[in-house]
Design a protein around this ligand. Structure first.
Ligand code: SAM
Length: 234
């Protein structure tokens, strides 16, 4: 990709993700999310124990480490050195040896070895503006074998622009009070202002254009959703 016009992924990574103090408290703030949901989705899509799985924007590695217990080769990719250091310490403490760590991003990671059977990405794609999301999805398609699986979970807006005020008002009302124990209304407001969550009705055509068929979509909240997608073979 031409370096002259390539987005600076580190500048868009979210400054908190580069801060070791924030990273140290990250899992607690996230509510210690259960990686078994994503693993079950991969299994349901036919990903088996011999698989190569790439986690893009792996963060502290809760999902990548759990995936490494189940799948043969797991690559955890993140732009943040602080996140990768944290992930490395946890993986070592847990005796995980089949987890590779790569400093890179959606737009810069170069997959080596056999094509991936699955790519997972959780709460990270929204760091990129929409043009770059579409480029990232195309790059993900090129990492995967035909029929490979993309499991994508993110903050995605499942409403009409005219509903934004009402939806965000309800979202803020459900937010945590303690910033160490969860995301506060201020955190959500900052997310909306400074990050690039997009509408569901814009993201789904991007998935299609990259060659993915959505086989499962779940939106338990108007601001969150997940997809299981399969790369079309022709
Ligand atoms: C909100 S955290 C999510 C981490 C993890 N996937 C999880 O579910 O807890 C977003 C992660 O994406 C990483 N990130 C930001 N921009 C990225 C990019 N362009 N490519 C890859 N990772 C990126 C950040 O460093 C951070 O670790």
């Amino acid at each position: 990709m031409g370096n002259r016009w390539l987005l600076d992924e580190l500048a868009h990574a979210g400054p908190e993700h580069l801060d070791p103090d924030f990273v140290a408290g990250y899992d607690r703030k996230q509510g210690m999310p259960d990686p078994s949901v994503e693993l079950a989705a991969l299994r349901a899509a036919g990903v088996t124990a011999g698989a190569t799985v790439v986690d893009l924007g792996a963060g502290t590695g809760r999902l990548a480490i759990a995936a490494a217990r189940e799948f043969r080769r797991v690559v955890a990719v993140d732009v943040s050195p602080a996140m990768l250091d944290h992930l490395a310490r946890t993986a070592e403490a847990e005796g995980i040896s089949n987890l590779e760590r790569v400093r890179g991003g959606f737009l810069t990671y170069r997959h080596e070895g056999a094509p991936a059977d699955a790519v997972v990405t959780r709460h990270a794609l929204h760091q990129l503006p929409d043009f770059w999301k579409a480029v990232a999805l195309d790059r993900i398609a090129k990492m995967l074998r035909p029929g490979g699986v993309l499991r994508l979970r993110d903050l995605i807006y499942d409403f009409k622009p005219s509903e934004a005020e009402e939806v965000f008002g309800r979202w803020f009302a459900s937010a945590a009070d303690d910033p160490r124990a969860g995301y506060t209304a201020d955190d959500y407001a900052e997310h909306i202002r400074t990050e690039h969550s997009t509408f569901r009705w814009l993201l789904e055509p991007m998935l299609d254009a990259a060659g993915f068929e959505v086989v499962d979509a779940e939106f338990p909240h108007p601001c969150y959703g997940s997809y299981t997608c399969v790369l079309r073979t022709a």
